[in-house]
Every structure is written in C-alpha cells, then in structure tokens.
Write a protein that binds this ligand. Sequence first.
Ligand code: F6P
Length: 359
Amino acid sequence: MKRIGILTSGGDCQGLNASIRGVAKSLYEEFGEDGVEIYGIKDGYKGLIFGEYMKMKSSDFSGILTLGGTILGTSRQPFKLMRVIDETAVDKVKNMKANYKKMKLDCLVILGGNGTQKTANLLREEGLNVVHLPKTIDNDVWGTDMTFGFHSSVEIATNVIDCIHTTATSHGRIFAVEIMGHKVGWLPLYAGIAGGADVILLPEIPYDIKKVAKTLNDRIEKGKKFSILAVAEGAISKEEAKMKKKDFKAARAAMTEPSIVYRIADELKPLVDNEIRVCVPGHFQRGGSPCAYDRVLCTRFGAAAAKFIREGKFGVMTGLVNGEIVPVPLEDVAGKLKTVPVDCEEIRAAREIGVTFGD
Ligand code: F6P
C-alpha cells in the first residue's frame, strides 16, 4: 500500500484542482484504488505543521478539473520563518516531519511557487520524499518553461485590457491597468502584448516617466487620443532602481497612493493633456476556471508526478523543459527566480511594433 500526501501552498491560482486530480487519478491508475491511500493536507504547510489532514476518497477527485481555487485550501507560510521557533514555541520543521511519519507517507506531493519550493527542498534535505509541481500566475519558477496558472491569468488580464480598450477608445482616455507581478513581469508582458498595450512597465525594466509621457503625447499628436498602459504591480522607476533596498522600502512605505499604478497616473497627469484613469483587476487574475492550456499542463504535471513516485524519483520538480515533462532536482532550482530577460524575443518583438517599456 502506497501512502501519498498532497498539499497546495502559497497564493492560489487556476489549475490547482486540475493538478490535484491529475496526480490522484494517475496514482489510482498506477497502483489501483486498493493500492494507494491519498491524504489531503489542509491549508498548505500549515496543515502539515498542525496535523490537519484527511484521508481522501477517489470520488473527491472527480468533477474538479474546471474548478477554480483549491479543494485543499492554501496559506502563505514564509520560508524564512520555517526554522524560526516563534513565541508559540512551535518547531515547524519538527512538526512537519512528525506528521509525515504519523501519516506513514511514502511521498508528499507539493503544489506551489517559489517560496513553497524552497520549503519542499528543506523537507527533502530533512529526509522526506517530496515531488513538487510548479504553480503560479507569475511563471517565475526556475527550471520549468511554464508554470500552471500562468496562461489562465494571461487570458483574464488580456480580457481586462480588451474591455478597457473599447471604453478608452470611445472616450479618448488613457488607461493604466495594473497587472499582477511584484518581482517578475511575465504576466504584464504577455497580457500587455496580447491586449495591444502601448506602454508596458515591468519590474525588470525601470521606467523614466518622461519617456512614458512622450509616448502618450506622440500618440495624441498622431490623432490617437486613447492609450493603454500595462503596468506591473512591481513597476519601478529609474530613480528607485538606484536606491539601496532599505531606502526603496522606506520610499514605498511613504507612498500615499494605494499602489504603483496610481502613482504613475499621478506622475503622468501634469505631463499629458488627456484624461488618465486607472484600473486594478487584482485577484480576478487568480480566479475562476483554468484555461484549456493549463488543464492539459496540470494533467501532464499530475501524471508525471505519479510516474516519478512509482519510479522512486523524489526530491524533484515536474518541470516542462523543451516541451517535455522531466524530473528537475529541487537542489538545482530552489531559491532561483525566473525573471524576464530584458532582451527576450517577446520584448524585442513588442519594441519592434512600437511598444514602449519606458526605458
Ligand atoms: O504570486 C502570485 C501573486 O498573485 C503575485 O502576482 C502577487 O504579487 C501576489 O501573489 C499577491 O499576493 P496575495 O494574494 O498574498 O496578496
């Protein structure tokens, strides 16, 4: 009898349930329904720390392919605090190992992004068998060409820009749309290109507000009264990019606007004649059903995870590399961030059609 635990950790995204289903159905196929017991761990690592888990039935994994969110629940448990024993005196690592042993697991399947992956690697170092599936709308996990959730959120963010486009055109307004991505700009880059944005501001390319204003004014001069800016949550000015981390944090903490897109709109107002409005779709971008691409990717990741378990390949991530799902050792990838290369083909193509990145 194989005993497999499964948890979803960190910010949710589309495709978590599709991946859980992929893992479970493949395990039942591999080992037979009487040959495997699956334990669902509640709310990410929190459930593993505090012993909150339940034995699942095969029927629990039916009808969830298209369901958004996660049937297991999730939470953010910062990696940097995992080894810290706080005022509650809970030894998180000790508890996680004890609960893994209590469930008599052969492997723990972990669905999550970068932070989750670092803890998965910690558990590997502690001797637990783990397999990690890369999820996040940010697509910033090193060692996989694609994370699940990314394409679904690109669809949503693109749809937002499309809808804003029509009203911006009618009114001749400039709209700045804030797209998720604090440290990494894959989502604003893809949604910006797909939505036909005129300006795309990414964390990887610090912007000069005067250059952004010039692009908007040039368009107005050409008779194009409306413009669309796709602004990453983590967009950063050239001045800020030169600051020390501490000063940058203090400057952002002192910012009076609710988020960066509002500040950018405020900075642009005195420099541009047309009306400027802001749109923040926020967590819409993480909600709802996974798109068809993600449903396929999640199924492939899930099936690969079950195969790795059967083959005894532990301490790995299911990575999509050059079109194939391969076992990527966690020790090679944990702690690395897949940022957008500033000279990548997507950025070059966007520049070639006249998109401004504000640099
Ligand atoms: O990591 C996914 C993500 O949606 C980021 O794009 C975003 O910056 C962050 O999570 C938001 O986190 P929270 O849901 O905790 O506010």
